[in-house]
Every structure is written in structure tokens, then in C-alpha cells.
Ligand binder design. Structure first.
Ligand code: PHE
Length: 339
């Protein structure tokens, strides 16, 4: 009997030594110390032993139980310690690992130019005006002094929705809407999308952007127009650029001018960028034609004004040295990331 108890002890200690998790350890405890365990069976069978053997066997069983219990608690703390170490190892942060890169978006070059021009004009006391892209013939042409069949309409062929509604060819229509909607003095810029039925090439797209400017007040002269545009161009392209006003024609301004900036690539000497002229055309401008003022309800005896309009793509291309307008619309990240 004593040998049997010793054997149970050895077997139990060996099993405790070999378990690798707390669940299995609990299994061993139940097998040896539980109600149906081997040692309990022996205690239950004590009645059949000789009376003088009972205390001997009882004592031995209890001692063995104690040993097994001790071995179990030791193993239990070992397993718990190991589990804790494992958890800590998994939770450690390797501060030497590179961080997660946050990819920050960039503004599109056209947005950059819009923002810059808006800032310049807001600083000069202008506000922002808007008009619809689907426009009537009246606002796009008629009220801008392009009568029906006027040859200047040919330069701005567009997409017609009906005979009288079309996609606006320029932001000049906003001049009319603004003058109809508010009394002078007026100082607005009108940024927006415009359309022409042009074929796509390195400098043309059928959809592009313009910023219009309009100032109407008492005694506005061409000198005011020059002052504002020279300020704009120097802010946009740098103080060392020259500005040139060339006589031109628009039905809605008189006199009219086309405005050039000296070529930054050759400093005005003439190169491939400026086709040898030393100048780059960037906008159209002029004094608002009295017919236009009158048609919009502004007394041309009392008020005068100037207007200008520029292509935003063209300015972005010159400012950032972009040689193909299509790059602005291809959404190629290699291009867009550069701004
Ligand atoms: N609307 C003209 C164009 O698109 C530009 C312009 C605007 C000219 C205002 C004079 C005054 O070509």
C-alpha cells in the first residue's frame, strides 16, 4: 500500500512537471486530489485496513497530498510568470521602428493660383462675385456689346444648350450680373470655369478657368487699371518682371489692351518659351464700354470702370514652368506632388 501511494506521488509530480498550461495543470489536480482522485479512493477504503495501519496510511496520504499541492502551486506560479512575460513581450513598443507616414494632400496648382489671386484682390478691397456656367446669350454676348452676327463671336465658339442658352465662354458675363445686382461703387473679382469648343492641344482645353475683375466708381481711369494690374503681376511673378500694355480689341471695353509680362526664362531677350519676343501675354483688359454700363443700368456719365480677365491655366503654366496644359487635368501624382 505504501509503495502504491509513493508511485502515485511520483506519477503526479512527473505529470505536473510536464504540463505547459494552467488548464492541463487543473486537470492533473482533479485527477489526483479531486473527489474521484486516486488518493481520495485510498482514504475512502481505509475501513478495510487493519486498525493500527490506518493512522500510518492516513498520514502518508495526507503528506503526499501536501507534496502534490505544493508542486501544483509552484508550477502554477511558474506558468503565470511565463504567461506574463510573454504578454509583456508582445506589448513592448519598439521605439526604433519608423513611424507610420501620414500622406498629406497638396493643393492643385490651379487652386494655388486661384488662392493667390484671390488673396491679392481681397487685400485691395475687392469681393468675390459668382455667376452661372450655363449662361444666356444675353449675358455672355449681347449685354457685352456683341450684337448678333458680330464677328467677335467667332473667337468664342461654345457649346449651345438651346439657341439662347450656352456654356459661358468667359467670366465677363459676371460683370453684367454684378452691375445689374448692385449699385456702384463696385469692386469684384469673379473666378470660375468657362468653356469653348476648342480642340485639345498643349495650350487648349475645351474647359478652363478665368478670373474676371471689375471696378466701377467715380473718375476711374486707365491709370487705375494699370496700377492694379501692375501690382497683380508683380505679386504673381516677382518684382523684377516688366509689364507691357498693348492696344487690342474687345467689344465690351474701350480702349482695350492685352497685357504681357516679360519672359522670366530669358529675362526679355527672347527665347523658345516666349517665341523669341521676350514677352508673354497673360490677360485682356480695358475700360468698360459705355454701352455696357448703360445696358446694365449704370449711368455712364456719372460712373466709369475698368475690367480685366485672365486665364488661370495660362498663369499657372507660366508661374510653374508647366509646358502642357493637359498635365493640369491628368491627375498624375508624380506631377501633382511637386507643388
Ligand atoms: N473676356 C475676355 C476673354 O475671355 C477677357 C477680358 C475680360 C477682356 C475683361 C477685357 C475685359 O478673352
Amino acid at each position: 500500500m505504501e509503495d502504491k501511494i509513493k508511485a502515485i506521488q511520483e506519477e503526479a509530480i512527473a505529470k505536473i512537471g510536464s504540463v505547459s498550461n494552467l488548464d492541463d495543470l487543473e486537470g492533473v489536480r482533479v485527477d489526483y486530489l479531486g473527489k474521484k482522485g486516486d488518493l481520495t479512493k485510498i482514504l475512502r477504503g481505509m475501513g478495510s485496513l487493519e486498525p493500527e495501519m490506518r493512522p500510518v496510511i492516513g498520514g502518508l496520504v495526507n503528506k503526499v497530498k501536501g507534496e502534490i499541492n505544493k508542486a501544483i502551486s509552484q508550477k502554477e506560479s511558474q506558468l503565470k510568470e511565463a504567461a506574463k512575460k510573454e504578454r509583456l513581450k508582445m506589448e513592448t513598443i519598439d521605439v526604433t521602428l519608423p513611424g507610420n507616414e501620414l500622406k498629406v494632400g497638396k493643393k492643385h496648382p490651379l487652386t494655388l493660383v486661384f488662392d493667390e489671386i484671390k488673396d491679392i484682390f481681397l487685400g485691395l478691397g475687392f469681393t468675390i462675385a459668382e455667376g452661372p456656367e450655363i449662361e444666356t446669350d444675353y449675358y455672355n454676348f449681347e449685354a457685352l456689346n456683341f450684337p448678333d452676327n458680330h464677328p467677335a463671336r467667332d473667337m468664342q465658339d461654345t457649346f449651345y444648350i438651346t439657341e439662347n442658352t450656352l456654356l459661358r465662354t468667359h467670366t465677363s458675363s459676371v460683370q453684367i450680373r454684378t452691375m445689374e445686382g448692385q449699385e456702384p461703387p463696385i469692386r469684384v473679382i469673379a473666378p470660375g470655369r468657362v468653356y469653348r469648343s476648342d480642340d485639345i492641344d498643349a495650350t487648349h482645353t475645351p474647359v478652363f478657368h478665368q478670373i474676371e475683375g471689375l471696378m466701377v466708381d467715380k473718375d476711374i481711369s486707365f491709370a487705375n487699371l494699370k496700377g492694379v494690374l501692375i501690382k497683380l503681376i508683380k505679386e504673381l511673378f516677382g518684382d523684377d518682371r516688366e509689364v507691357r500694355f498693348r492696344p487690342s480689341y474687345f467689344p465690351f471695353t474701350e480702349p482695350s489692351a492685352e497685357v504681357d509680362v516679360s519672359c522670366a526664362a530669358c529675362d526679355g531677350d527672347g527665347c523658345r518659351v516666349c517665341s523669341g519676343t521676350g514677352w508673354l501675354e497673360i490677360l485682356g483688359a480695358g475700360m468698360v464700354h459705355p454701352n455696357v454700363l448703360e445696358m446694365s443700368g449704370v449711368d455712364s456719365e456719372e460712373w466709369s470702370g475698368f475690367a480685366f480677365g485672365m486665364g488661370v491655366e495660362r498663369i499657372a503654366m507660366l508661374k510653374y514652368g508647366i509646358d502642357d496644359i493637359r498635365l493640369l487635368y491628368n491627375n498624375d501624382l508624380r506631377f501633382l506632388k511637386q507643388f
